[in-house]
Design a protein. Sequence first.
Lengths: 222, 307
Amino acid sequence: MIVAERKPYDDIRTIIGPFDRILVFGCGGCVTVCSTGGEKEAQILACQLSITDAKEGRSREYIVKTVERQCEREFLAEADAEITAADAVLSLACGAGVNLIAETFPAKPALPAMNTTFLAAGGAPGAWAERCSGCGDCVLHLTGGICPVSRCAKSILNGPCGGSRDGKCEIGDDVDCAWVLILERMKTLGLMDKYAQIAAAKDWRPGGHGGPRKMTREDLAV
Amino acid sequence: MKSSSHLEKVLAAGHFAVTAELGPPKGSDAYVVKEKAKYFAGAIDAVNVTDNQSAVVRMSSIAAARLAMDCGLEPVMQMVCRDRNRIAMQSDLFGAVALGIENCLFVSGDHQKAGNHPEAKSVYDIDSIQAVAMARRMRDEGRVLGGDEIEGSMPLFIGTAWTPLADPLEIRPLRLAKKIAAGADFIQTQAVYDVSAFAAQMKAASDLGLLDKTKILAGVIPLKAVGMARYMQKNVPGVTVPEALVERLKSAGKERAADEGVKIAVEIIQKLREIPGVAGVHIMAIEWEHKVRDIVSAAGLLPRPTA
């Protein structure tokens, strides 16, 4: 899933500055799962903003709406009336949602309420951690299912570097050394004979360094 | 010979090599490099010029390496993978060779979190092992990583670092094997204080048949004070300072701790010489460059060979 965290409140106040009629737009996808941008969070944010407005003697109208996923046109269409009625859309979706609003409603300001951060898997309740960086050329079959690209602070493909200590990374004791985890898995799975193989320099094009990425499925095109 | 490197010749002739480290200044003052270079003249075979070590911005290693050359030293230009992609690294290797710099040493580089620009975007396009393989391809195949032919030759003596006592210990000899397979002509290690632990790793490397495939220079960092020893123990991964050494510094007293540190360094060098496969020492006297000559002399390693 995609993790996104709400921007600091003061930043959101600045972002909505000139607008009077704002759609506070929740998303039922990933941000609902990580409890940062779903229906409940949209309601709470609209309340907060109204209270601050009242304190500041500022008059604004907030419309609150949440759709299944803001990153798909069909779901976005369900909010067509609300988007049209608002001066601006304050989206609690990830950046993909904000972009799609901008593309679909060219004259409507699409404002981010969130900072989109990483591709995660859930850990303990209330905790998410980066587990993929979408490099476009997966090596997990070679590394025991543990990703060196997203989980090693240096994305080293022939690790571990000399900064590994007691299973932790040189950047901090709260970060596991990905290569220690990889080696443990490789041992468990009987893959250690593969360790001697040098991983060649990676082609970063499918990882976003070849320009914006897209996928086209001709069989699904209308 | 792969290059016209003096260090390569010294090692090939079977001499016990001595290298040291020169940290470029945090600014543009060439004088700093020249002053440090004076301490090393005639005392070592080559000097490593570090590349923004600890992720702190310093004069580029290529420029400082050339300045060191102008002072009569042979530089080992370090290159970290943190700050440059494969295009910039290869471009700098062309430039280095053009300037007469033929020893290069590739390291991952400390993460930028440790330095004075923690908000920087890191590169890590290739890792140190891939960088070694890239440099070897440039030299031996006359091609850049992307495949294009290189105009002119690329005489390089290629090195990389090894942290033999970093966790997990059992993987370190295997990772050394990868570095050698990638094309490392020489290896400089992280500082060794626990000589017997290091000897065990060298034995493991020997069992893998690695010792006649590369030249290993063991790292030595002279200790200046108890505080420094404690810092190394706690904060530098892969460095273990035995408590007995800390005790020696303590009982020497504050005034004489530095002298004791030099004495310890000399003893370590003498022990390292006895370990099969150790082809030399790499003395990293951090902001203590003026002590290197004394250490080398006390270790009985002067005069340095002319080739």
